[in-house]
Write a protein that binds this ligand. Structure first.
Ligand code: NAP
Ligand code: F7E
Length: 347
């Protein structure tokens, strides 16, 4: 049985990658940060969905900023494949927390690469780094962005990811490690964090429809993104790790849409006009914006045989459907709470 070690296992991609690895028969080991309240909601959901595989997921406390801890865990577990998904992944937040973002996203990768280098002296191990289209910076003249496009990072998040990208390439060249970068464009799902724009929109549409929310505050609606489905994208991560030689790949759909289009599409699916509920709030604008991302995934198609299976419209639909169910449950809960409160007032 192959063993994978996944950092960032509690995040969106952590859920989808772990699901894929379990389906492929892997033993999956992950680290979680110690927090005062539990962050394992997605992995608990996965264990409920795949009870027959639950004993093949193991988690222990760990943090990518703790180099000594990482070396201990990696040397103890001796995984065959390591996926570094851990990051402070919110671009807007990175402007407020630049040093922490650098520490988690750049130094965290370097810490893990050191552990990989040590383990590789004992047994072969493969390393995946979660790189990002944010590294390109989205200047309109660079569209479509491919593996050849020059990096022009426009946030502390992106500058840290550029450093991690180069650390990964450098460890591959200097020490002959099997280390690869997946340069993934935006990928979303019903398990996307609620403060990323797609999920913020689909949850708002569903909640407004149920009478649980009255307006939606957003920032820049003109930014263009190449949005894909997270379940498709984790397959590309795994495929990169099965190649004979390590390399870097752009993973994208090749089609982009604006935030405004996503908004229109999501609200129309629940029979609403977004303009009746929208408020523009300056606090959601970024000091420097990434205007236009649209990837060229031809290398991934030709070398890996990877292609996206889900288009923009299917993605919006599956997110809206999921969040309508969430909102219906919230509504039910509100109704029950209202009845309990009414009874307590009466007493
Ligand atoms: P996410 O949902 O925000 O998950 C991030 C994960 O990293 C969470 O499990 C988080 O743990 C963990 N983490 C954060 N800081 C950590 C630290 N210091 N030590 C250990 N774990 C830490 O992000 P995602 O969307 O799944 O993305 C996965 C990776 O791909 C990230 O590196 C992201 O930057 C990159 N990426 C994402 C996209 C995208 O569109 N989704 C595109 C390109 C690249 P908690 O649960 O405790 O917060
Ligand atoms: O913003 C605009 C915002 O935060 C998308 C991360 O996974 O993908 C993600 O980064 C666009 C931006 O994603 C709001 O200005 C408008 O232009 O959903 P987002 P992101 O910044 O593209 C990349 C590939 C990653 O690597 C990252 O980890 O939407 N926008 N109004 C807004 N964005 C947010 N979050 N909230 C708003 O209210």
């Amino acid at each position: 049985m192959k063993r994978a070690f996944v950092t960032g296992i509690t995040g969106q991609d952590g859920y989808y990658l772990t699901r894929l690895l379990l389906e492929k028969g892997y033993d999956v080991q992950g680290i979680v940060r110690r927090t005062s309240s539990m962050t394992r909601r997605r992995i608990d959901q996965l264990k409920d969905e795949m009870p027959e595989c639950a004993d093949r997921i193991t988690m222990q406390y760990g943090d990518v900023t703790d180099a000594a801890g990482l070396i201990r865990v990696v040397m103890e577990l001796e995984p065959d494949e390591i996926y570094n998904l851990a990051a402070q992944s919110h671009v807007r937040v990175s402007f407020d927390k630049p040093a922490y973002t650098q520490s988690a996203n750049a130094d965290g990768c370097l810490n893990l690469l050191e552990a990989v280098r040590l383990l590789n002296q004992r047994k072969p191990v493969r390393f995946y780094q979660a790189s990002t289209s944010e590294m390109f910076g989205g200047l309109p003249e660079t569209v479509p962005q491919s593996e050849q496009t020059r990096f022009h990072p426009r946030s502390p998040y992106a500058t840290a990811k550029v450093a991690a990208f180069h650390h990964t390439v450098n460890y591959r060249e200097a020490y002959g490690l099997f280390a690869c970068n997946g340069i993934l464009f935006n990928h979303e799902s019903p398990l996307r964090g609620e403060n990323f724009v797609t999920r913020k929109i689909t949850l708002a549409a569903a909640r407004i429809k149920e009478g649980l929310q009255s307006e939606l505050s957003l920032g820049n609606l003109d930014a263009l993104r190449d949005w894909g489905y997270a379940a498709d994208y984790v397959e590309a991560m795994w495929m990169m790790m099965q190649q004979d030689d390590p390399d870097d790949f752009v993973i994208a759909t090749g089609v982009s849409h604006s935030v405004r289009e996503f908004l229109e599409e999501a609200f129309s699916r629940v029979g609403l006009d977004y303009q009746d509920y929208l408020r523009i709030d300056q606090k959601y604008f970024r000091p420097t914006e990434v205007e236009q991302l649209c990837g060229d995934p031809s290398k991934a198609r030709d070398v890996l045989g990877w292609e996206p299976k889900t288009d923009f419209y299917q993605l919006v639909q599956l997110m809206v459907d999921h969040d309508c169910e969430v909102a219906k449950h919230e509504r039910l809960y509100e109704d029950i709470r209202g009845q309990v409160e009414a009874r307590e007032t009466w007493r």
